[in-house]
Design a binder for this molecule. Structure first.
Ligand code: CP
Ligand code: NVA
Length: 317
């Protein structure tokens, strides 16, 4: 029988009790710590070495939008760390409808050791987190998706060994995924370019947050310029959850931003393709690219598990 590892961190985690709402709350060193811990926990999991520091601890997962990766990776991650996760459906909590977000946060904190929230309005998450006396993790809002960005960085680091100076191009909508990628890249010395259609650029206030974390990304409306020489080419859906009514109109506007073989040919010879998933083949990316040799999207999806386990462990230790 394989012995369990010592569960108590020594010294205690510098992230103990903190929230993860945007990633901008972390320093460069803290971001690196999360990624290093993710790599360590991935190794343990691959070797089937049990590591259960969160025995008896419970995570509430509040979902106001659908999910595959976020829901499953958080639940499995808590289980692998020895804890338990509670999946709360939209019709149960109803953030801001049955009671205020702050009352929801205060009450959950009386039962639960950490709260993960996926919702629409980022301010609702901030209100809930401000009132909850336990760590709160953003599982996606309209403005941010920090757990995704941690998995993105982990995947890029696995591909190239280092993040410092790496050239990453995000091509498409300046949405929650682009915002969190910008902050994550700023924190790790990655040089990010975002190519977006006119009127669909990232929120400039959030780009200032990225600037304060290290460096703002370069913005352009030219996807070819962005892809040229990139080591990582990244895209996301053209219409995010909550924007379904705009999907048809967006298809026309975003068509020149499709990541296809022609665009990938402009990238570096060893370039990899990333997508947070779910993907729409034939829209933001062709099947040839997402199912082709440069694609790392399923490693990226797996890395949600390892990155979030590291986050849970560090926030709860
Ligand atoms: N990438 C991501 O967050 O996927 P889900 O919406 O399935 O959780
Ligand atoms: N931008 C997408 C990401 C899904 C993981 C959305 O918000 O729907």
């Amino acid at each position: 029988m394989i012995p369990e590892l010592e569960s108590t961190p020594s010294p205690p985690s510098p992230l103990s009790g903190r929230d993860c709402l945007t990633l901008a709350e972390f320093t460069r060193e803290e971001t690196r710590l999360i990624l290093d811990e993710a790599t360590r926990l991935k190794g343990l999991q691959r070797s089937r070495i049990p590591f259960r520091p969160l025995r008896g601890r419970t995570l509430a997962m509040v979902f106001q939008k659908p999910s595959n990766r976020t829901r499953v990776s958080f639940e499995v991650g808590m289980y692998q760390l020895g804890g338990h996760a509670l999946h709360l459906l939209p019709q149960e909590i109803q953030i801001g409808k049955r009671e205020t977000p702050s009352d929801t946060g205060r009450v959950l904190a009386r039962y639960i050791d950490a709260i993960m929230v996926r919702t629409f309005d980022h301010e609702e998450l901030e209100e809930l987190a401000g009132a909850a006396e336990v760590p709160v993790i953003n599982g996606l809002t309209d403005q941010h998706h920090p757990c995704q960005a941690l998995a993105d960085l982990l995947t890029a680091r696995e591909g190239f060994g280092t993040l410092e100076g790496l050239e990453v191009s995000y091509i498409g909508d300046g949405n929650n995924v682009a915002h969190s990628l910008a902050i994550a890249c700023a924190l790790t010395g990655v040089r990010l370019t975002i190519a977006h259609p006119e009127g669909h650029g990232p929120d400039l206030g959030i780009m200032e947050l990225a600037d304060a974390s290290g460096a703002a990304p370069t913005l352009t409306e030219d996807p070819r310029e962005a892809a040229s020489g990139a080591r990582v080419v990244y895209t996301d859906v053209w219409a995010s959850m909550g924007q379904e009514s705009e999907a048809e109109e967006r298809k026309k506007k975003f068509a020149p931003y499709q990541v296809n073989d022609e665009l990938m040919a402009l990238a570096a010879d060893d370039a990899i393709f990333l997508h947070c998933l779910p993907a729409h083949r034939g829209e933001e990316v062709t099947a040839d690219v997402i199912d082709g040799p440069a694609s790392r999207v399923f490693d990226q999806a797996e890395n949600r598990l390892h990155a979030q386990k590291a986050l849970l462990y560090l926030l709860l230790s």
